[in-house]
Design a protein around this ligand. Structure first.
Ligand code: SAH
Length: 254
């Protein structure tokens, strides 16, 4: 029997054209595709004959709930690959950026299953770019810090504020109030440009571009929902000004 293998594939941030040629090739080879919740289903046209299995996890707030499906997914991948299948594990953005791709790679390695990682465009780069925010920019920001706002030990607010890098928070919408307050308490000015991008790179996406001081209130007023990213730093001032204002007016009218 031909040995199976697993591709850990990044599906990009949402726009189905923001996927790599390698990802398209892996999908074309796949016998089974295990799809995460945040993946744009339009990408599955590349999977042709493959069996599509939805393994999207919801309720990201409960670690007990979360850990069981994670192990289940790892076991499922091992079982499918051992049966000779080419498996694509399709994840939103990049598989190694807050996607638990590392854990899955280690589980596969331990089981002796061949595993290939196919990078994708992470939401933290693709979503800001889609509204004209470069995460680094000469003279404005010499670095970018990706932060998981949720899970893990408490965040080092002073270090984040002092880094003077662009800060991109994933999974942070529910804690936006606290994030803005903590960053200001740690020394970032109230007028520091800040944005929240909802469903970045997608037609349905919206964004709020404002200051750190106003962001929580404006996002609540517009009823911005997950998935959303928080971007803080001077580079946010480069956002395409026309779009956010128009959308904000729409949101207020609704
Ligand atoms: N591996 C993914 C991130 C998974 S964590 C990546 O590299 O992009 C899930 C978080 O990603 C969400 O809570 C949200 O903060 C962010 N996210 C994913 N897709 C997004 C999108 N299209 N627009 C805004 N945020 C997004």
């Amino acid at each position: 029997m031909k040995p199976g293998k697993v591709y850990l594939v990044g599906a990009g941030p949402g726009d189905p054209e923001l996927i790599t040629l390698k990802a398209v090739r892996a999908l074309g080879e796949a016998d089974v595709v295990l799809v995460d919740a945040l993946v744009n289903r339009d990408i599955l046209v590349h999977a042709r004959e493959a069996r599509i299995v939805d393994v999207g996890k919801r309720g990201r707030c409960s670690s007990t709930y979360r850990s069981t499906p994670q192990r289940f997914i790892e076991k499922l991948m091992v079982r499918l690959a051992r049966a000779g299948n080419v498996v694509v594990r399709l994840k939103g953005g990049d598989p190694f950026v807050f996607g638990r791709g590392g854990e899955e790679m280690l589980a596969l390695r331990e089981a002796g299953i061949s595993c290939e990682v196919v990078s994708g465009i992470t939401a933290g780069i693709g979503a800001p770019a889609s509204i004209g925010i470069p995460v680094t920019h000469r003279g404005l920001s010499r670095g970018v810090t990706f932060v998981a706002a949720h899970g893990g030990p408490p965040l080092e607010w002073a270090a984040l504020a002092a880094s003077r890098t662009t800060l991109v928070f994933y999974m942070g919408l529910a804690r936006l109030d606290e994030i803005a307050a903590q960053l200001m308490a740690a020394g970032l000015g109230a007028s520091t440009p800040a944005a929240v991008i909802e469903q970045g790179t997608l037609a349905a996406g919206r964004e709020i571009v404002t200051s750190l001081e106003r962001i929580a209130q404006e996002v609540a007023a517009a009823r911005i929902a997950a998935p959303a990213l928080i971007v803080v730093g001077e580079v946010v001032s480069l956002a395409d000004a026309a779009k956010p204002v128009a959308r904000r007016e729409l949101a207020h009218a609704a």
